[in-house]
Design a protein around this ligand. Structure first.
Ligand SMILES: [Zn+2]
Length: 119
């Protein structure tokens, strides 16, 4: 799931969703330690923290979404959001860029780094 290339916002959403399931799984595992109250409490707490973290990521993604640029994908014609200088289309995973200097160049995640200098 993570190896598949997709837009950044989709990736964060997938991660947050996964974290909810992990949190619930950890809390569920805690039930097996009913006789050990301390271990059960630790499991419950860890699960609870995972769920809280994932809601935090959702909130963060929501804030990031306001900073994205909405464009119409030239490949599939659907509206999509670009985060940073280069990103993938949310519908068809077509690499998109906001920088005309990078147009036509192969997609590379390094273009998003601040250290990357225009040459
Ligand atoms: Zn597209």
């Amino acid at each position: 799931m993570f190896l598949k290339k997709s837009s950044k916002i989709n990736k964060f959403r997938t991660f947050a969703l996964l974290l909810v399931f992990i949190g619930i799984a950890i809390m569920y595992a805690g039930i097996f330690f009913k006789s050990h109250v301390i271990i059960m409490t630790i499991f419950m707490l860890l699960g609870f923290i995972s769920v809280i973290l994932s809601s935090g990521i959702y909130l963060w993604v929501g804030m990031l979404s306001t900073k994205t640029v909405k464009v119409i994908c030239p490949n599939c014609g659907k509206p999509t959001k670009i985060l940073g200088r280069v990103d993938m289309c949310m519908s068809c995973n077509e690499p998109l860029t906001l920088d005309p200097n990078l147009e036509g160049k192969p997609f590379d995640i390094k273009y998003n780094r601040k250290s990357y200098k225009k040459s």
